[in-house]
Design a protein around this ligand. Structure first.
Ligand code: PLP
Length: 394
């Protein structure tokens, strides 16, 4: 059966993913099982999506309850789950208003549109350019790939959208030089995820904030990967003592159901009046009920603190491994978003880890990324480290 599924999938599904040869059919907590009954400890979490783990009882119950009550109605009407979710989100951060959509790329599309519209409404239509970062990742739609500072993502899709330029991450002088009267916003990730788990230098985000203030432009933070407790705070910018004007969320927001959100201050959000932007499925009762339960669970169970503590343990374990293994160049990251850069390609290692019962993932060719569910146990981390040590020493 497993082989048939893989053969059929390879024949009928767009070949945009090179998949590993397992068929996953069940998950619980930090574990997933394939159709052969093999168990894997999941250090990928759907790429920082299932932050509370698989098949979480509270989320499963919230989804089932809402599915029986009301799955979808148009945004022409009010609903309770969407309202409660927005209210709880704004209570937890700088933002005053939330626009709901269905993915990270859509959240960033909304952010880009809002930044442009904000200056159009102010009577400055020439301010539409956005400066983002080299090695950034903001999504795969035309606008978001145009904002993405990786040639491999843009290749094949020329002409990309106008009005985007890139500067090196962590280089405040380059950013200063790139900003002019035509700039409406700076857009960046608090930690570059797809770019190889690149952390900001101390004070970098504060410097970006001050630069944006000086030029009267907007700061857009893409927290799609770093948000929802992943780095040991509900949102990663909360470690840095800065607030953006716009923040985007998706991935872990509903612990696996598709949702995106663009959050903004009242002043900026005012540019999105009736008809300015829309989404059929955005904020639909089913997914917002799941997101509401996800956020409540994170707050009830102090998941950010737990991720911070376990993250310190994991990081120290990786640093220890680095001392024992010459192939490790650098350990990077924060909370439970960690990367280990190797002195050569990391793809083979991912396949070997899988054979040994661990799902891990590789970014930028040479960096292993670890983004386990935030409920991961120290024993599971110890087991992964032992597995990596054996493989790296071979
Ligand atoms: C995953 C990701 C996106 C894109 O999200 P999709 O839901 O795949 O569209 C955008 N930005 C960052 C930082 C991401 O990690």
């Amino acid at each position: 059966m497993t082989d048939t599924i893989m053969q059929t999938a390879d024949r009928v599904i767009a070949a945009t993913y090179k998949r590993f040869p397992i068929v996953l059919e069940r998950g619980e907590g930090t574990a997933v099982w394939d159709t052969q009954g093999r168990r894997y400890t999941d250090f990928v979490s759907g790429i920082a999506v299932c932050n509370l783990g698989h098949a979480h009882p509270r989320i499963a119950e919230a989804v089932a309850r809402q599915a029986r009550q009301l799955v979808h109605v148009s945004n022409l009407y009010y609903t309770l789950p969407q309202t409660e979710l927005a209210d709880l989100l704004v209570a937890q951060c700088f933002a005053d208003r939330v626009f709901f959509c269905n993915s990270g790329a859509e959240a960033n599309e909304a952010a880009i549109k809002l930044a442009r519209k904000y200056f159009k409404d102010k009577g400055q239509p020439e301010r539409y350019r956005i400066v983002s970062m080299e090695q950034s990742f903001h999504g795969r739609t035309m606008a978001t790939l145009s904002a993405t500072g990786q040639e491999k993502i843009r290749a094949g899709y020329d002409p990309v959208l106008q009005g985007f330029s890139f500067v090196p991450f962590n280089d405040i002088e380059a950013l200063e030089a790139a900003v002019d009267e035509g700039t409406c916003a700076v857009m960046l990730e608090p930690i570059q995820g797809e770019g190889g788990i690149r952390c900001p230098a101390p004070d970098y985000l504060q410097q970006v904030r001050q630069l944006c203030n000086r030029h009267g432009i907007l700061m857009i933070l893409d927290e799609i990967q770093t948000g929802m407790s992943r780095t040991g705070a509900l949102f990663a910018h909360q470690h840095e003592g800065v607030t953006p004007d716009i923040m985007t969320l998706a991935k872990a927001l509903a612990n696996g159901l598709p949702i995106g959100a663009m959050l903004a201050t009242e002043k900026v959000a005012a540019a999105f009046g009736p008809g300015a932007h829309a989404s059929t499925f955005g904020g639909t009762p089913l997914v917002t009920a799941a997101a509401l339960e996800t956020l409540r669970t994170m707050l009830d169970e102090q998941i950010p603190r737990r991720a911070a503590e376990t993250g310190v343990y994991f990081r120290q374990a990786l640093e220890g491994l680095k001392k024992r293994c010459s192939h490790i160049v650098e350990v990077r990251g924060r909370g439970l978003l960690l990367g280990v850069q190797l002195d050569g390609p990391a793809d083979d290692l991912v396949a070997v880890c899988m054979q040994k019962g661990f799902l891990v993932n590789c970014v930028q060719g040479d960096t292993l990324r670890f983004a386990p569910p935030l409920i991961v146990q120290k024993e599971e981390i110890d087991a992964l480290i032992a597995c990596l040590e054996v493989i790296l020493k071979q």
